[in-house]
Design a protein around this ligand. Structure first.
Ligand code: AMP
Length: 293
């Protein structure tokens, strides 16, 4: 496994693969790898001749009062985990390599509209930071395939849109959420939870599962059902940022008329704070012609 921290050797390795017509899959991460990340790496291993994992805590996607400085970093253990999965390359650049002359780094890639909703409403610079760094990674690594987790579902939809809009010749694969035994979606930030917060953290997932069933039983009433789920979450200690029903393909809002339209996939998306930790989760479901999933 080669570990690149500079651009030239990475580019040379990529050119070498292209010369041999070998396919390349990229898994972009911020490190502190858990089983959710590793599921993407395993998929990459099955999907291409060579696998590159990027590990980069991207300053551009953190707001001024967010956790960039304290975000968990564990490069040595990450390297061990990736080595055991037969990853070919790690790209782990310093921020000064990705954003040299930071005060002159004023190019942004932005998927307008969608980047300002849901998570974007609370974290206004987040998605522009993500799409900008991914554009750089896609240009540097030139992967045939890039793999993302459905835990960050809005990110996945935005990346698909960017790739389509900007004609990147890259296939985007989305992988299911990997969960702890009690249902909590795995996340690098779960380690911020205090022991007492951790005991209720899985209620976000449980609430979404119940809400889905209630909506399926009473489609037109979904706005009230969502409101009462938000209240329940807030009563047990969450501070719900949003809980929203959207079209699963493009994340457009759903009206009472839309929900009875046949054969459509929907998604319940939620973000909620538990103390200082912001948890994300979602659940997809399909409504068939007669209103049954
Ligand atoms: P991050 O390191 O948080 O930027 O995540 C890197 C990639 O791993 C993103 O595509 C995430 O959606 C994905 N990911 C994070 N947690 C999970 C999870 N629990 N299950 C599946 N994918 C995940």
């Amino acid at each position: 496994m080669d570990i690149f921290t500079e651009i030239l050797p990475l580019r040379a390795a990529v050119q070498n693969l292209k010369k041999q017509s070998l396919s390349l899959a990229l898994v972009p991460t911020m490190g502190n790898l858990h089983a959710g990340h590793l599921s993407l790496v395993k998929k990459a291993r099955q999907s291409a001749d060579r696998v590159v994992v990027s590990i980069f805590v991207n300053p551009l996607q953190f707001g001024v009062n967010e956790d960039f400085a304290t975000y968990p970093r564990s490069l040595e253990t990450d390297i061990e985990k990736l080595s055991s999965l037969n990853v070919d390359f790690i790209f782990s650049p310093p921020a000064s390599l990705m954003y040299p002359e930071a005060n002159q780094y004023n190019t942004r890639v932005s998927v307008q509209g969608l980047s300002a909703e849901l998570c974007g409403a609370t974290r206004p610079h987040f998605f522009d930071g993500v799409t900008t760094v991914l554009t750089k990674l896609f240009n540097l690594v030139q992967p045939n395939i890039a793999i993302f987790g459905e835990k960050d579902y809005q990110q996945l939809v935005i990346v698909r849109r960017m790739v389509k809009n900007l004609n990147f010749p890259i296939e985007i694969l989305g992988m299911p959420i990997v969960r702890e035994k009690d249902g909590l979606a795995m996340s690098s930030r779960n380690q911020y939870l205090t022991p007492s917060e951790r005991t209720i953290a899985n209620q976000l997932h449980i609430t979404l599962c119940f809400l889905k069933e209630k909506i399926l039983a009473d489609l037109q009433n979904f706005p009230n059902l969502i409101d009462s789920s938000i209240q329940s979450l807030n009563q047990i200690g969450f501070k719900t940022d949003y809980l929203s029903l959207r079209d699963a393909e493009n994340l457009t809002s759903v009206s009472a008329a839309d929900i009875t339209m046949p054969d459509r996939e929907f998604i319940l998306l939620a973000a909620a704070y538990l103390g200082k930790t912001r948890l994300l989760d979602n659940i997809k479901f399909f409504i068939q012609c007669k209103g049954k999933s």
